[in-house]
Structures are given as structure tokens and as C-alpha cells.
Design a protein around this ligand. Structure first.
Ligand code: F6R
Length: 259
């Protein structure tokens, strides 16, 4: 695990955009795994900025989102499909046909989950999966208790997630179920890029990075991944115990690159 503690949420977004840009430069037809929610918004804004300046092209990129609410169609204002259009897809040169989000309004959600999993495999797997972390340690909608071996499937959201999802949207009756990539699906990605900012995430980040590997904290599964980069601001890193070591690694990294 490569842990970066940067000075601000803005710095987190810029570093994350650098990692995405490096991948896209090396592999212009890369497959990106995307997350919705607040955390990656600054990253998406930075990617849009670079795309509009002509520094970065998504024209051959294919994307796979982690999850979608059950019973919510792509045009629903609260759908993750719509959120992705608003925060990224509509503003960059990605081909809409290459952007995949589970069909939350499928008449057969169980079959839809299986075919989403099969699609990811058939396309060759995800090169870089972007992840936020829920305050309860979820990744995707893999709530505490989710099998570490889970695949894309229908999951019931926890009360804590339902509360978090309603924050700032008093009129939104958040669906209580979703189709989500499983933890094993996420771990199949060639690389993980985990982002967390703000003090509300400090406990979940500490449990994920330094707690035991456990289904009670689904984000702890990232400990199993051989190529996971975690980028934090100081507030999200506040409960970590190994900060001194992460700083030492950073110093060593800087020494290496300045040679
Ligand atoms: C979003 C997702 C969730 C969020 C997590 C953090 O597609 O799968 O796991 O990444 O709930 O959400 P924010 O970033 O809003 O705090």
C-alpha cells in the first residue's frame, strides 16, 4: 500500500489526476473504474480541466462505475448515471457508449448484476479503480458484513449509508438497495486509487489501512491488493498510527526522484 498524506483536499485531487493522466498517457484505451459521491468530485473537475486544455483525452477510455441505486433509471435526477454525466461525462471527450453504469432499473437486477460482472471481464478488466470510503468503511455499496469474496450483486444499504446519502437532499427518498461491484470484483482491478478527505473519514481510514482485514470494514480489503495507492488529506489521516512511517516513505521517494 502506498499512502500519501497531502496538505489539502485540492492536493489530493491533483495527485489523483496525475495518476489517472499517467495511466491514460501509457494506455489511451485504459479502462477506468469510477466512483460517485463527494470525494472524487475535485478529481473529476481537475480531469475536466486537463481535458479542456487538451492535455488529456478520454476518446478511447472506457469507464465502469461501481454502483447504481436499484429501481432508479438513467434519467432519474438522483441516479449515479446522471451524477456521472453532470460531474464528468458531459464535459470530456469520452464516448457515451463507452461509459458503463449498472442498470438500476433493470427488470431483472440479479441478471443485470451478473452481466455487469461479465462485461467487466469480457472487456479485459479494470486498469485503475477509483474508490471513496464510506464513514462505515464501505467501498462501493459493500456494507460492513459483505463477503470479501463478493462479486457484482444486489445489496441492501445500511441505515448509516441511507442517512449519509440523504444529507443535503431532504426530498430524496434514497432507495434502500443498489447494484454494486463486489469486493472481489474491486480487488480484480489492476490498480486501486483510494481517496479520502475530511475528518468524518478519519476512523474509517484508520480501520481500513491499519485495522484487521475484516468483512466488518470492507475497505480493509484494499490491504490485499498489491497495487493500492491511498491519498489522504490531513483530516482523513488524523487517526492513523503509522504516519511517521508514511512520512519516511515519502522522504525516501523524494530522495529517489531527485537523483
Ligand atoms: C460511490 C460509492 C461509495 C462512496 C462512499 C463515499 O459510488 O460507491 O462507496 O465512495 O460512500 O462517499 P463520499 O465520497 O460521498 O463520502
Amino acid at each position: 500500500m502506498d499512502v500519501w498524506i497531502l496538505e489539502s483536499a485540492e492536493a489530493v485531487a491533483v495527485k489523483a489526476a496525475d495518476i489517472c493522466a499517467d495511466l491514460i498517457q501509457q494506455k489511451p484505451d485504459a479502462r477506468l473504474g469510477l466512483a460517485t459521491g463527494t470525494t472524487p468530485q475535485a478529481l473529476y473537475a481537475e480531469l475536466i480541466r486537463r481535458n479542456q486544455l487538451g492535455h488529456l483525452s478520454f476518446s478511447r477510455i472506457e469507464t465502469f462505475n461501481l454502483d447504481e441505486y436499484l429501481g432508479v433509471g438513467p434519467q432519474h435526477p438522483q441516479s449515479f448515471q446522471q451524477a456521472m454525466r453532470n460531474s464528468l461525462f458531459a464535459h470530456v471527450d469520452v464516448d457515451p457508449a463507452n461509459t458503463h453504469v449498472p442498470a438500476g432499473d433493470s427488470p431483472d437486477p440479479v441478471a443485470e448484476a451478473a452481466s455487469y460482472e461479465a462485461l467487466i471481464k469480457a472487456r479485459g478488466g479494470i486498469d485503475l479503480q477509483i474508490l471513496g470510503i464510506g464513514r462505515n468503511g464501505h467501498i462501493g455499496f459493500n456494507e460492513p458484513g459483505s463477503s470479501l469474496g463478493s462479486r457484482t450483486r444486489v445489496k441492501t444499504l445500511s441505515r448509516a449509508t441511507l442517512r449519509d446519502n440523504r444529507l443535503g437532499k431532504p426530498d430524496f427518498e434514497a432507495p434502500i438497495m443498489a447494484i454494486t461491484m463486489g469486493i472481489a470484483t474491486i480487488l480484480d482491478a489492476k490498480a486501486l486509487l483510494v481517496l479520502a478527505t475530511g475528518e468524518a473519514k478519519a476512523a474509517a481510514v484508520a480501520a481500513a489501512l491499519e485495522g484487521p482485514l475484516t468483512a466488518s470494514c470492507p475497505a480493509s480489503a484494499i490491504q490485499l491488493h498489491p497495487d493500492a495507492t491511498v491519498i489522504l488529506d490531513p483530516a482523513a489521516a488524523a487517526d492513523l498510527r503509522l504516519t511517521d512511517y508514511y512520512e519516511l516513505v515519502d522522504q525516501a521517494r523524494r530522495r529517489l526522484t531527485s537523483r
